[in-house]
Design a protein around this ligand. Structure first.
Ligand code: R5P
Length: 303
C-alpha cells in the first residue's frame, strides 16, 4: 500500500508513514491565478494499491476537487486500486432530500464523482450519518475517534458527566461515558432548517452539581449547538464544562460563542485544521480502520 499525502492531508499521511510504517508518496499542488487547482502525485504508482489522504476542511470544494484530481492521476498512472481516506467527510450533513430546500443530495453527487474517477474505497472518521455511507458503491469504513478523544479529555476532568447535545450524538456520548467510567444523558436540539436557529426541544431532569460536564459532538461548526448545551449544563449545576468534537471546524465566531457560554476548553482532532482547540491525533484509529477495511491491500504494518 502506498499512501499519498494530499495538499490538505493535515500531515496524517506522513504520520501514517512515521508511526505505522506505511510507504509514503508526496503530492504537489499549485493554484493558478484564476483559482484553478493543479495537483499530481510525485512517485510511481503503477500496479500499486494507493490510499490518498485528503481532509475536506478548510476549503471543502477545493479539497474535494484536489482529491478527485489525485485519484484520477493515480488511475491514469496505472494504480491497481485507489482508496480515499477523507478524515473529515464533507457534504456528510447534506445526505437527505429536503422538500423545502429543493436541492439535490450533495453527498450522493460527491460519491458519484468519487466513483467516476476510480476511487473504489472510502474511509472517514465520525461521518455525520454512518448509514449514508451505504450510498457509496464501493468499500467503506469509518472510525469514531472516541477512544482518542476520551484519552485526551480525561486528563483534565474530575467527576465527569457526559451531555450529548442531541440524540444523534449519543453514538459518541455512550463510548465516551464508558471510557471515562461516568454517566451520560442528552438534551435534544432542533434547528430551524430555513433560519438555522437552534433551540432545545427536549431536556432531561438532571442535576450536574459537583460534576465536570463534557459535551461530545461529531462537528462543531458555528458553535451554536455547543454553546446552547453549555448554557444548559451550567443552568443545571455543572462545575465546569468542556466540549469535545471530532471535527472542530470553529467557523466564524464559534470560539467567542462557546467562550461566552462559559465553556472552558474545546478538544478536537487532526481530522481538520482548527485554531484554539486542543488537538488529539487520530492516526492510530485511521491506520486500524484502513487495515480493517482492506486487509488484503496491506502487507507490512508496524503495530
Ligand atoms: C448536527 O446534527 C451535528 O451533529 C452538530 O451538532 C452540528 O453540525 C453543529 O453545528 P453548529 O456548531 O453550527 O451548531
Amino acid at each position: 500500500m502506498l499512501v499519498v499525502e494530499g495538499p490538505n492531508g493535515n500531515g496524517i499521511g506522513k504520520s501514517l508513514a512515521l508511526k505505522k510504517g506505511f510507504e509514503l508518496v508526496a503530492s504537489r499542488s499549485k493554484v493558478y491565478p484564476d483559482g484553478e487547482s493543479e495537483v499530481g502525485i510525485e512517485g510511481l504508482v503503477m500496479g500499486r494499491d494507493v490510499t490518498i489522504v485528503q481532509s475536506g476542511f478548510p476549503n471543502p470544494d477545493k479539497s474535494l476537487f484536489e482529491a478527485l484530481l489525485l485519484s484520477a492521476h493515480a488511475r491514469r498512472e496505472g494504480a491497481k486500486s485507489v482508496a480515499l481516506a477523507m478524515p473529515y467527510l464533507i457534504y456528510a450533513r447534506q445526505d437527505k432530500e429536503l422538500k423545502e430546500k429543493k436541492v439535490v443530495v450533495s453527498l450522493n453527487v460527491e460519491f458519484n464523482l468519487m466513483r467516476s474517477v476510480g476511487i473504489d474505497a472510502l474511509f472517514t472518521v465520525a461521518p455525520h450519518n454512518p448509514k449514508s455511507l451505504s450510498n457509496f458503491r464501493g468499500l467503506t469504513g469509518f472510525s469514531y475517534a472516541t477512544e482518542t478523544l476520551a484519552n485526551e479529555v480525561r486528563k483534565d476532568l474530575s467527576n465527569p458527566y457526559v451531555l450529548a447535545p442531541d440524540k444523534g450524538a449519543l453514538v459518541l456520548a455512550m463510548p465516551f461515558a464508558k471510557a471515562l467510567g461516568c454517566g451520560f444523558t442528552n438534551i435534544n436540539k432542533q434547528r430551524d432548517r430555513l433560519t438555522g436557529e437552534i433551540s432545545i426541544s427536549e431536556a432531561p431532569d438532571v442535576n450536574f452539581s459537583g460534576h465536570d460536564v463534557i459535551i461530545p459532538d461529531d462537528i462543531i461548526s458555528t458553535g451554536g449547538t455547543t454553546a446552547l448545551s453549555g448554557k444548559f449544563a451550567f443552568e443545571h449545576g455543572a462545575r465546569k464544562v468542556v466540549a469535545a468534537a471530532v471535527h472542530a471546524l470553529m467557523v466564524g465566531n464559534a470560539r467567542e460563542k462557546i467562550k461566552e457560554a462559559g465553556i472552558s476548553k474545546v478538544y478536537g482532532t487532526n481530522t481538520v485544521k482548527s485554531d484554539g482547540v486542543q488537538v488529539a491525533d487520530v492516526t492510530d484509529e485511521i491506520a486500524r480502520g484502513l487495515v480493517a477495511m482492506m486487509p488484503e491491500r496491506f502487507r507490512v504494518l508496524r503495530n
